[in-house]
Design a protein around this ligand. Structure first.
Ligand code: SF4
Length: 498
């Protein structure tokens, strides 16, 4: 089986995915493609086509068998073709199809990948921060560079990412990823490549790790079942694959029930003697893990540690936004309002994908907030996403609301991120503390059969294409239920807080 760019990419997202795709129980794999993953894929293809249409003349090698395309790519490079699109490079068990191969002044070739995201991690254009190379982009470029070297067409150890803004971002494989992470791209690539090779051949085997990204993966049900049956530590909220592996190795703890054998004072002593012992897991974290394991396996019901009263006001708003983060577009601000006058759902929706529509919906939301009796309302939302998004929108539309007003809205003690509240003050017998898991646990039922934020984005895109009002209704119904789910949690906390 070939080592390809997509296998290297998968490994950087979930190392287990590589093993499961090659050697896992095929009958447990979800066969229908995930609509959101498809949407992202189609958007990537569309972006690539747009870029290629603007690039001028190039040799197009995207069609034909891999062998034929490989022959043509080699010939084209020998003939010094300036730009080659979707050429095929292969050598032994390595196979790569770079988006573009571009000739350099010295006659060698540099690989270029077209991406519909930012070229670097943590790039801040406003503050002029350059950001770090992305690991999942870096391994793909490194594969192409190695193939070019093996085939005799490269010697500079460099690749380029052509990013969403058509900026060329240079990836130098000899450089480390950051100041703290001294591993060079090349070293990281070699490690990943070797691991992928072993996993594909079934000469190495790793475990699934239940995490947020699993929901978009075709192995979701299969891995979730495995985690449950094996009492894997990733079944505890916030214990991901990395912490699980450290606990497995350093403490020989493999099952949730084994956690209760942990002696914190022993761990403290060991840590003093050996700095590498339980690397990345401090005393606080281990205490939290034990506590969560107890709630999961022994108590089996939610626990509230701090009795912090929630505000008593005339207007309670349960608030949730729907946005497409891949396009930085907010299409809906939903509020479920409960007051002395009753309950109602309000939506502030952008029905077109234009700046004007987004701005108008946001402006209407703020007008509504400003119309409430100030000092006599509270707002509940669930995640830091709303705050981060609103800060970004303020920069985009400063004439709607000032930076200071947005700050003081979120600083208001009556405007509460219930997720932070849950994290600080409670524990639940659940593997995830998402609003969906918690509200369902509390008996709430979404009216939609497949409620999901990712699907909402897909529905919104369908609505834009078709203008079908039924699709819009579905989005609003889903958002209303998200808001109501937050209300169910708030009411539960109110009841339980003594
Ligand atoms: S479901 Fe999760 S653990 Fe399993 S392969 Fe997919 S991403 Fe990895």
């Amino acid at each position: 089986m070939h080592i390809t760019a997509s296998k290297l990419y998968d490994y950087t997202q979930c190392p287990h995915r590589v093993w499961r795709d090659a050697n896992g129980p095929k009958e447990e794999k979800i066969q229908e493609p995930n609509p959101f993953v498809e949407l992202l894929w189609n958007r990537g293809v569309f972006h690539e086509e747009k870029i290629m249409a603007s690039i001028g003349e190039y040799l197009d090698l995207k069609d034909g068998s891999l062998d034929k395309r490989f022959e043509k790519t080699i010939q084209a490079m020998k003939d010094k073709a300036p730009l080659i699109y979707q050429g095929v490079l292969k050598y032994k068990n390595l196979l790569g199809i770079p988006d573009i191969l571009r000739i350099q002044e010295d006659g060698t070739y540099i690989p270029i990948e077209i991406k519909s995201g930012m070229g670097f991690e943590g790039m801040d254009e406003e503050n002029g921060e350059e950001g770090k190379m992305k690991k999942h982009y870096a391994v793909q470029l490194a594969l192409y560079v190695e193939l070019l070297e093996l085939l005799g067409f490269e010697h500079k150890n460099k690749g380029l990412i052509l990013d969403i803004h058509k900026e060329e971002c240079k990836y130098d494989l000899n450089l480390p990823f950051g100041v703290r992470d001294k591993t060079t791209v090349w070293q990281f690539y070699q490690q990943v490549k070797n691991n992928v090779d072993l996993l594909l051949k079934n000469e190495a085997h790793n475990k699934p790790a239940y995490s947020g990204i699993c929901k978009l993966c075709p192995w979701y049900n299969s891995c979730k079942k495995w985690v449950k049956e094996n009492e894997d530590l990733t079944g505890i909220f916030y214990v991901g694959g990395t912490k699980r592996d450290v606990l497995n190795q350093d403490l020989n703890i493999n099952k949730i029930s084994d956690i209760f054998d942990i002696d914190i004072s022993d761990i403290k002593d060991q840590k003093k003697k050996d700095k590498t012992f339980l690397k990345g897991i401090g005393e606080d974290t281990i205490t939290k893990i034990i506590r969560r394991a107890e709630v999961l396996v022994k108590t089996k019901k939610p626990v509230i540690y701090n009795n912090i009263a929630l505000p008593k006001v005339s207007y309670e708003l349960f608030f949730d936004i729907e946005d497409d983060p891949t396009q930085e577009f907010v299409y809906l601000h939903g509020v479920y309002e409960r007051s002395v006058f009753g309950e109602r759902f309000l939506d502030f929706t952008a029905k077109e994908k234009t700046e004007e529509a987004e701005k108008e919906a946001w402006s209407n939301f703020w007008n509504y907030i400003k119309g409430l009796p100030q000092d006599d309302y509270s707002v509940y939302y669930y995640s830091p996403h709303e705050k981060t998004t609103y800060k970004r929108m303020q920069k985009l539309y400063p004439d709607i609301i000032s930076e200071q007003e947005v700050e003081s809205f979120f600083d208001n003690p009556n405007v509460i991120d219930l997720y932070q509240f849950v994290l600080k003050n409670t524990d639940w017998p659940l593997p995830s503390y998402s609003i969906k898991e918690i509200a369902v646990y509390l008996g709430f039922k979404w009216r939609d059969e497949t409620p999901s934020g990712a699907l909402s984005i897909q529905w919104f895109n369908e609505y834009l294409d078709t203008k079908d009002e039924n699709i819009l209704k579905r989005i609003l119904l889903y958002n209303e239920d998200d808001c109501k789910a937050t209300m169910v949690l708030k009411d539960y906390l109110d009841k339980e807080i003594k």
